[in-house]
Design a binder for this molecule. Sequence first.
Ligand code: GLU
Length: 482
Amino acid sequence: MTVRVRIAPSPTGNLHIGTARTAVFNWLFARHTGGKFILRIEDTDLERSRPEFTQNILDGLTWLGLTWDEGPFFQSQRMDLYQQKIQALLDQGLAYRAYDTPEELDAMREAQKARGEAPRYDNRHRNLTPEQCAACEAEGRTAVIRFRIDDDREITWNDLVRGKVVWKGRDLGGDMVIARAASGNDIGQPLYNFVVVVDDIDMQITHVVRGEDHIGNTPKQILLYEALAAKVPEFGHTPLILNQAGAKLSKRDGVTSISDFQQMGYLAAAIANYMTLLGWSPTEEMSEIFTLDEAATHFNFDRVNKAGAKFDWDKLNWLNSQYLHPMPASTLTDLLIPYWQAAGYDCDWQGDRPWLEQISALIGPSLTRLDEAVAMTRYLFISDVGFTEDATKKLKQEGSAEIVRAIAIAIPDHQPLTETTAQALLKQVAKDLSRKEGQLKPILRVALTGDTKGPDLLQSWLLLHHRGWDTTRLQAALEITK
Ligand code: GLU
């Protein structure tokens, strides 16, 4: 048997981290088993589905490296198939039209509540005669299509993650609506639980792996498989991603979509790695840092945790920096250019790629996220960078002017500066002023960079000198010292 799994996002929002993590587990399982990973866009909710969300989902999966083998298939293009299947269930008497009005349903639920019962549909239209149906239609009532659920059924499956799961038919809320707004012969708009089963059968899905929030749908879907005379696939319900308070991670927690993480400067490899760790324990021979391909070699559901996984920013930041720190300057430069450009920094100055790569080499080892590079390197891209309050204070200290002036005079005009010559220059100035080099450096830093802290001083100086900005900065600093 070839494993066939799928990810079936609804394009009613950007690609959510929970959906992406489910995609990761499906992808890993498909790659581990040599199976197929299928992408299906569940866009039957026409009001809330939007093409830009579909695009965001496709882009996000691609960015993460979750390549799909078939699809994307769109449910909105498959309505004929759903209609046929609903008709088949109607013809067999396994589904029926129910004509209850919203007011009647409300009254029914209120009465159940008053009796201390759980609200459910009491199947009152299960056995309407054709005449009764015609009368309802004549009254102008719209129908829903309901699928019969036997209260006495017990539904069991062996969940890939959770082991044996048992549900009672009576706990499924009565006969289930599988299509709404049906009128006359039109079977209306088919709903999630039904279309998902029709598609999973049609696409020969062997393992349905999805978030734990779908566990209550599974018994209903198993009954639909049986009604449609199809083989029931394996099911696996993966733990939810939780916020620090232990609740399901939601929009209220701020960042939740993959494109947000991308914009914030997390690397696809780090996010994919982190999502895998959220709910899956790597094998003993693996480190915590791994590619999706490596994880695929070892992946199985035995190591997927049952308990929800708390989202941990510190851990994600740590992982991201593990990917960033050893990154070659050239690769890092390619990743940083869009951030610099978005900040309005000129990355084409004299086509000087080596200069950019030196900047990347300078800051790479201290980056946690790509977007931090913008603030960190501002003094290298913006000529009139200004002076922070602390920097100004330092420049106004007694003796600062003398140091700044002496260094400014010593800087060679129109000549390159190397680490050795810069060091020698500092040594000489220190000697001339009868000071220690250690006294000069903090003053030189604030004068050159406008701030009391930042990346390595000598390297920063060389980079600024390359653009001829060190002397102008020192002149500006001298003005402050007055
Ligand atoms: N469209 C559903 C969702 O986004 C898919 C659920 C499933 O995998 O069956 O949650």
